[in-house]
Design a binder for this molecule. Structure first.
Ligand code: SAH
Ligand code: DHB
Ligand code: MG
Length: 223
């Protein structure tokens, strides 16, 4: 008998919650940040708790001081990242929507992180043009159609030995289903084509299941 997608999702959510209960302490600031995003009507598409902590640990593990994020939303992932950098470090986060920036700014103030975070409002492809090296880590998590453009900028901006992480690249396995052609899936495929044989990075895709379903991220080291 096959398992329904609802049953699968319930299992994955229960698993995340079980593990999180052991490894990730309750955090009123992060919970409030999500609540503020909900209250403002933002989509519930922030990284999960365990993914946020993973980003934080990646940043800590390379002693990142400067981090670039593409796609802020309500700033949930930004908070995880900003907590990993020292007081004189910085997270530069790029966001198109003024309304999202308002919510994120409020959340950064709540978290006591306003001084470490710089938000640039506008289309990320344009904002990226204004940035200069170097960053220790880039997290790409905005409109998926532009992934390849964001990736090229990330390569330009991230130092040798730095990390580039790209969210939502598995999409229920559908990126590999060649009968599917929606533009977000095509955006991931264009990214993969750009990365194929690219001698400037070493990369791998890690598929994930959990509260956010079946998806995955690309983890790349800038050579
Ligand atoms: N990183 C966030 C989630 C980001 S959701 C977290 O995990 O908490 C994706 C965000 O990208 C949305 O806020 C959306 O408004 C923004 N976005 C979409 N297109 C964009 C563009 N062209 N430039 C900048 N941001 C964009
Ligand atoms: C969507 C965007 C994301 O960054 C994500 O992690 C999940 C979903 C979306 O646009 O639906
Ligand atoms: Mg995402």
């Amino acid at each position: 008998m096959s398992t329904s997608s609802q049953e699968l999702q319930a299992n994955w959510t229960r698993s995340d919650q079980y593990h999180n209960a052991h490894l990730i302490p309750e955090d009123p600031i992060l919970s409030t940040a999500l609540q503020n995003s909900d209250d403002a009507g933002l989509d519930r598409i922030a990284v999960s708790q365990s993914q946020g902590k993973l980003l934080h640990l990646f940043a800590r593990s390379i002693q990142a001081k400067r981090i670039l994020e593409v796609g802020t939303l309500g700033g949930y992932s930004t908070i995880w990242l900003a907590r990993a950098v020292p007081q004189d470090g910085e997270v530069v986060t790029l966001e198109l929507e003024e309304e999202h920036v308002k919510v994120a700014s409020k959340n950064f103030a709540l978290a006591g992180l306003s001084e470490k975070i710089k938000i640039i409002v506008g289309p990320a492809a344009q904002s990226l043009e204004t940035l200069r090296p170097s960053f220790d880590l880039a997290f790409i998590d905005a409109d998926k159609q532009s992934n390849a453009i964001y990736y090229q900028h990330a390569k330009r901006l991230v130092r040798s030995g730095g990390i580039i992480i790209i969210d939502n690249v598995v999409r229920q396995g559908l990126v590999a289903d060649t009968s599917r052609t929606d533009e977000r899936i095509e955006g991931v495929r264009a990214l993969l084509r750009a990365m194929k044989g690219d001698e400037e990075v070493d990369a791998t895709t890690v598929a994930t299941v959990g509260e956010k379903g079946y998806d995955g991220l690309i983890f790349a080291v800038r050579k």
